[in-house]
Design a protein around this ligand. Structure first.
Ligand SMILES: Nc1ncnc2c1ncn2[C@@H]1O[C@H](COP(=O)(O)OP(=O)(O)OP(=O)(O)O)[C@@H](O)[C@H]1O
Length: 548
């Protein structure tokens, strides 16, 4: 007899009513609460049955209490570990800190923890306090413990979020006191201006520690001021890559990097970018010269490209990656606007309108080349505003004076090229004007990041003409991602071809001269004008490298 036949004979004469199921369905429709009542009841019943079953099996044992006991079996250490992990996760979540890597140290919440947990000299924490840095920013919360445990780091945090302090403090902690062993830390920056600014911050943070810092300004005086033969051996070197490479390649070398313990690359995506006019070759040579086997490397930037991240993953042992917020997004501290100005001549009208309606200095104005910086400067010179222009054709002395004048408020409007796009921290810039449309999303993020720094809000206006459609869609998306409003049509524009974007990033489009004398536009909209061979050659020579 099979199971079916047994069932049939046992239930012989019995009637099965299907109604209850339908009844339940109907009731569910009429009173939604019934569902919960029924399911709760069922669970309760099942529990009771379970309990009975287990009682039968185990005699007098109560399953519920045994389950509870199992939960309670965690040791106090395990419990406190769980609680600590929860606290750390919450801290990271609240501060938008994402981390990738093994055994990542917990973020700190107060600078004082640096003394108790990482034996940082109280003098250094006092120096942070005297700079009015009372609470660590999210990148500082996470990057400081990572670097202080000797791990390699790739950090990505928004513009103006305090990355400089995040890499300087661990260096100062590790070097402790001066030693006459040559440079033990090297910081590379893409421009002289940024190197100087980092030097000034480093001087402030090393006060009373005795550590000596050097920023290379004149390569010809290297030997006597800080070189191998110098008695004035320094501990921390801050420079642009070109100068460091020049000195290590002298015969005999004017600079040795064999004692380097920390190698920090600020604006890492810019310095590791491959290509003719870029710094990757210099970087590779410098890295080879840092022969100390215990040398650690840290990369910092507000933006990263995929090849750079791949390079870091492949080349850095024990790497931890930290991102604050979303990668490659503009700071949410800036109110951003895209302004259609028709044609090139419309830009000048728009800027003069801005002056007429009340310009709130300090203002930074970005143009795409030094020639255009000169042209705009000549136009605005007689408009009754204190205006200056900074670009690679200015002498170092002039550049230093202009930066100083802008910092001191003597210059209200500073016209600049990409040279000032990255890293420069002018306190309290109220407005950034992208007079010429940025050549890439990355350029846009850094340029507008010159305002809205250290918790202060800022404003950015980007002019665009009928010829600036290539990057319009992607920049509109960046604005939207950082919380700004953009017209819907911009977000749904046709995606630009990769080749067009690449071409634009490599060389800016030719534009009509900046002048009040209105000239007809010569080129077709959206067309790139190839530079004649001679000009091209000249551009390369003094091209991107001349950012220095
Ligand atoms: N913990 C802090 N509290 C308050 N202000 C701070 C703190 N840390 C740094 N700052 C200030 O924040 C500003 C921006 O810092 P910093 O120049 O290091 O930014 P950044 O992240 O390197 O920006 P960028 O990506 O543009 O180079 C500076 O004026 C600096 O003095």
């Amino acid at each position: 007899m099979d199971a079916r036949e047994i069932f049939k004979s046992l239930t012989c004469g019995a009637k099965f009513n299907k109604k209850p199921q339908n009844e339940i369905k109907r009731k569910l429709k009429e009173e939604p609460d019934v569902k919960t009542t029924i399911s709760t009841k069922r669970v309760k019943e099942e529990k009771q049955n379970d309990e009975i079953d287990f009682q039968l099996l185990s005699g007098t044992q109560d399953l519920q209490s045994s389950k509870k006991k199992k939960k309670k079996q965690l040791t106090p250490e395990e419990l406190s570990k769980i609680r600590e992990d929860e606290r750390i996760s919450k801290l990271r979540k609240d501060n938008k800190i994402s981390v990738i890597g093994n055994k990542i140290p917990a973020p700190i919440e107060h600078f004082d923890e640096l003394c108790s947990l990482y034996s940082v000299d109280t003098k250094v924490v006092d120096n942070l306090a005297s700079c009015k840095y009372t609470v660590p920013t999210p990148i500082q919360m996470q990057a400081l413990p990572i670097m202080m445990t000797g791990r390699s780091l790739m950090a990505c945090a928004p513009t103006g979020s305090g990355k400089t302090v995040a890499f300087l403090t661990p260096i100062i902690r590790d070097l402790k006191a001066p030693q006459k062993n040559g440079f033990r830390a090297l910081i590379l920056c893409p421009t002289r201006e940024l190197a100087k600014q980092t030097y000034q911050e480093c001087v402030r943070l090393t006060e009373k520690t005795g550590l000596k810092i050097h920023v290379i300004s004149k390569v010809d005086k290297a030997d006597e001021t800080f070189g191998v033969k110098s008695k004035q051996m320094c501990d921390i070197l801050i420079s642009t890559p070109n100068r460091v490479r020049f000195l290590i390649q002298q015969e005999p070398p004017a600079l040795e990097l064999k004692s380097i313990e920390w190698f920090v690359i600020d604006e890492a995506d810019r310095l590791l970018e491959d290509g003719k006019d870029n710094f990757k070759e210099q970087f590779d040579d410098i890295l080879k010269a840092c022969t100390n086997p215990s040398r650690k490397l840290a990369l910092f930037s507000a933006t990263y490209t995929v090849p750079i991240a791949k390079w870091a993953i492949k080349n850095l042992k024990n790497l931890i990656r930290v991102t604050i917020g979303q990668q490659n997004t503009a700071t949410d501290q800036v109110d951003q606007e895209l302004l259609f100005v028709g044609s090139e001549s419309g830009k000048l009208l728009a800027f003069r309108e801005l002056i007429r309606t009340g310009l709130k200095p300090p203002v930074l104005v970005f143009v795409q080349s030094k020639d255009r910086a000169k042209q705009l400067f000549n136009e605005l010179l007689y408009d009754g505003i204190n205006v200056e222009a900074i670009h690679a054709d200015r002498t170092q002395q002039q550049r230093d004076n202009i930066v100083k004048g802008f910092r001191e408020g003597k210059i209200w409007v500073l016209i600049c090229t990409e040279l000032m796009g990255r890293g420069i921290d002018f306190k309290g810039v109220n407005l950034v004007v992208n007079y010429d449309f940025p050549s890439s999303e990355i350029s846009y993020i850094h340029r507008i990041g010159r305002t809205g720094r250290a918790g202060r809000r800022g404003k950015a206006v980007t002019y665009f003409t009928q010829n600036d459609t290539t990057n319009l869609r992607s920049i509109a998306h960046i604005i939207k991602k950082s919380g700004g409003n953009v017209p819907e049509f911009m977000l749904t524009l046709k995606k630009a071809k990769k080749s067009d974007k690449k071409m634009l990033a490599a060389s800016a489009p030719r534009r009509e001269e900046i002048s009040t004398v209105v000239k007809p536009e010569k080129q077709d909209p959206g067309q790139f004008v190839k530079a004649p061979a001679k000009i091209k050659k000249k551009k390369r020579k003094g091209g991107k490298k001349s950012e220095e």
